[in-house]
Design a protein around this ligand. Structure first.
Ligand SMILES: [Cu+2]
Length: 125
């Protein structure tokens, strides 16, 4: 029992004293694909998650699945993105050249009443 306690304490101490994996002031993000759904919840069309957080400086792909029976749009005007999401289909949107420190508005350009989303771009390393 005492050996186990020592081992646990040693592991805890090592975890506390080790520097973080990325000690820079920016953010590290090892995701290359971020999954989203465009769906209908109680009569409201929404993107889930409604807020997407990515890090500048690397390419990322948004995999967006439209769960509904009709096409929806996925537009980020600030990035020149305007895509159609076919019904019951996975659709990919590539993000590249993102500048950190920006908040972009995501909306469905096909249905103005569709609830909007947010793309938050963190500063990278
Ligand atoms: Cu829509």
């Amino acid at each position: 029992m005492r050996k186990l306690l020592c081992l646990v304490l040693a592991l805890f101490a090592a975890g506390c004293s080790a520097p973080p994996a990325d000690a820079s002031d920016g953010f590290a993000d090892d995701r290359s694909v971020i999954q989203i759904v465009s769906t209908n919840v109680q009569g409201k069309n929404v993107y889930i998650p409604g807020t997407i957080v990515v890090t500048a400086g690397k390419g990322q792909t948004l995999q967006i699945y439209n769960t509904t029976d009709v096409p929806h749009g996925f537009s980020i005007a600030g990035l020149g993105i305007e895509e159609i999401l076919p019904p019951k289909t996975e659709h990919e949107v590539k993000l590249s050249g993102l500048e950190g420190g920006n908040v972009h508005h995501i909306h469905c350009h096909l249905h103005p009443a569709h609830r909007s989303g947010t793309l938050l771009v963190l500063r990278g390393e």
